[in-house]
Design a protein around this ligand. Structure first.
Ligand code: NDP
Length: 505
């Protein structure tokens, strides 16, 4: 053995004498159970897989930094945003949503865009997507929605009927569906897409004033998308193309970057704004609340080990720091519970101790103890209860957020403005998309919807028609549907439309 080479050992540090031949009774005999090295190696291998994330299973990650480029201290007291030039380490994970861990990066899907800021006040996570809106506004619908994006319980195949059945019975999805089926649904790479908080959050300053905000991460590489045939080809040729692109670009020293912008709504505007500012199916039009650049994010280091750093990374929109807090957005409120819950299932109760998740900017101190795989000092001999008179950690009142007025009777409330669900999808189609964008959108929709039952095609075409007459008519025409019937369905309430399309038309 030459100098500098490492000795192969078992997990308990015993030297292994041979890693090619198991211990057997004679040269061709059965194995002996006393080969403890074989037993350990096999037993560990049998346990290599942890539960796959139920959504966002396929992802790629990188480290970098965030730098403040404009003063936002009048809006937030977050220390990492307190002065121009201040830098904070980040870890970012990009992902597709519906596919399994081995699925193709070029699938039509929203892309996850999750940023962990290791601030001096603890970790702040921005767990967003590459789209500014979402399909549903109530988290009670989320498990059903995700089931429809995955595999049919009988055939284990992706199923256009369940996909379009749910969406056509959930008209608030039309804005996100329009973005998803535009070429933005297949970004060329993770470097060539924007990220959005999608939700509204609260920023508050040291005077106790608060503001509603949305963040936009604008790619400095430029938006680039794949059209349907380019995506189809890439899925076969290189299912990992976006993972490879991110890794190789950083390895070459071409560090991707994003300009970070904020839309700020004064608290008093929320009541009277023309859209519900806490409805995640809506954007705030730029003309109403112009995005203001205030930071820049650069990714400049690849992880050393994919499993340890990317697979075990755990983000949560509930990870706030003083100066940033939740809004009443119902989807956000649901996510505040479900992310930590998922991580406890997937990684175990002490997942926050894993190096990629550890709040390295500010080590934590509390009275939580024990649990499986507790790998730090576990609070040592210090007190494990509060209050105590043994110098245990103390709460600090200045970490409180300003009181949020909350009112109303506890009940299940239907959405009261169903007609405004179509306005922004229509604006996107009419005012923002180029003629080429519109052609690709219609052809992408017709291609996907043609696999669904006719009655479901009718119901969904009616929803596009409600967003924009030309939009719905072109989809109907591409699918060979009778336009008069689409128009009739579009004029109905959601409930009547569902009843009218219960059976074949
Ligand atoms: P603006 O004309 O001010 O902004 C339109 C924005 O749409 C652009 O700045 C760009 O946002 C985004 N965009 C451009 N092309 C596409 C596309 N093919 N698919 C999806 N988004 C695209 O209009 P408004 O702010 O009044 O918004 C009009 C519509 O634009 C909205 O209904 C929404 O569908 C869409 N949009 C709006 C955003 C917002 O925050 N206001 C953000 C993204 C989309 P970006 O620079 O973020 O890429």
């Amino acid at each position: 053995m030459s100098k500098g080479e490492k000795v192969l050992t078992t997990n308990t540090g015993r030297t292994v004498d041979d890693d090619q031949n198991s211990v057997t009774a004679g040269p061709s005999g059965p194995l002996l159970i006393q080969d403890v090295h074989f037993l350990e190696k096999m037993a560990h291998f049998d346990r290599e897989r942890i539960p796959e994330r139920v959504v966002h299973a396929k992802g790629a990650g990188a480290y970098g930094y965030f730098e403040v480029t404009a003063d936002v201290s009048r809006y937030t007291k977050a220390k990492f945003l307190s002065e121009v030039g201040k830098k904070t380490d980040v870890f970012v994970r990009f992902s597709t949503v519906g596919g399994e861990k081995g699925s193709a990066d070029a699938e039509r899907d929203p892309r996850g865009f999750a940023v962990k800021f290791y601030t001096e006040d603890g970790n702040y996570d921005m767990v967003g997507n590459n789209t500014p809106v979402f399909f549903i506004r109530d988290p009670l619908k989320f498990p059903d929605f995700i089931h429809t994006q995955k595999r049919h319980p009988g055939s284990n195949l992706k199923d256009p009927d369940m996909f379009w059945d749910f969406l056509s019975l959930t008209p608030e999805s039309v804005h996100q569906v329009t973005i998803l089926f535009s070429d933005r649904g297949t970004p060329a790479t993770y470097r060539n897409m924007n990220g959005y908080t999608s939700h509204t959050f609260k920023w508050y300053n040291d005077k106790g004033e608060y503001f509603w905000i949305k963040l936009h991460f604008k790619t400095e590489q430029g938006i680039k998308n794949l059209n349907a045939s380019q995506a189809e080809e890439l899925k076969g040729k290189d299912p990992d193309h976006a993972t490879r692109d991110l890794h190789d670009a950083i390895a070459r020293g071409e560090y991707p970057s994003w300009r970070v912008e904020v839309q700020v709504m004064p608290a008093e505007d929320a009541e009277k704004y023309r859209f519900n500012p806490f409805d995640i199916t809506k954007v705030w039009p730029h003309a109403d609340y112009p995005p203001m650049p205030f930071g820049r994010m650069v990714l400049n280091r690849n992880p050393d080990n994919y499993f340890a750093e990317v697979e075990q990374s755990a983000f949560s929109p509930a990870n706030f720091v003083p100066g940033i807090a939740a809004s009443p957005d119902k989807m956000l409120q649901g996510r505040l519970f479900s992310y930590h819950d998922t991580h406890r299932h997937r990684l175990g109760t002490n997942y926050h101790l894993l190096p990629v998740n550890y709040p390295k900017g500010r080590p934590f101190h509390n009275y939580q103890r024990d649990g499986a795989m507790r790998s730090d000092h576990n609070g040592g001999a210090g007190p494990n209860y509060y209050p105590n008179s043994f110098n245990g950690p103390l709460p600090m009142i200045d970490a409180s957020e300003p009181p949020a007025p909350v009112d109303g009777d506890g009940a299940r409330y239907d959405y009261v403005h169903p007609n405004d669900d179509f306005v922004q999808a229509g604006d996107l189609y009419r005012k923002v998309m180029t003629p080429q964008d519109r052609d690709n959108l219609v052809s992408n929709l017709v291609g996907h919807m043609s696999g669904a039952k006719k009655r479901i095609q009718y119901r969904q075409a009616a929803i596009f028609y409600k967003a924009d007459v030309e939009y719905g008519s072109r989809v109907a025409e591409g699918l060979g549907l009778d336009l008069a019937t689409v128009k009739e369905l579009a004029a109905m309430s959601k409930e009547d439309r569902a009843a009218a399309t219960q059976k074949d038309l």
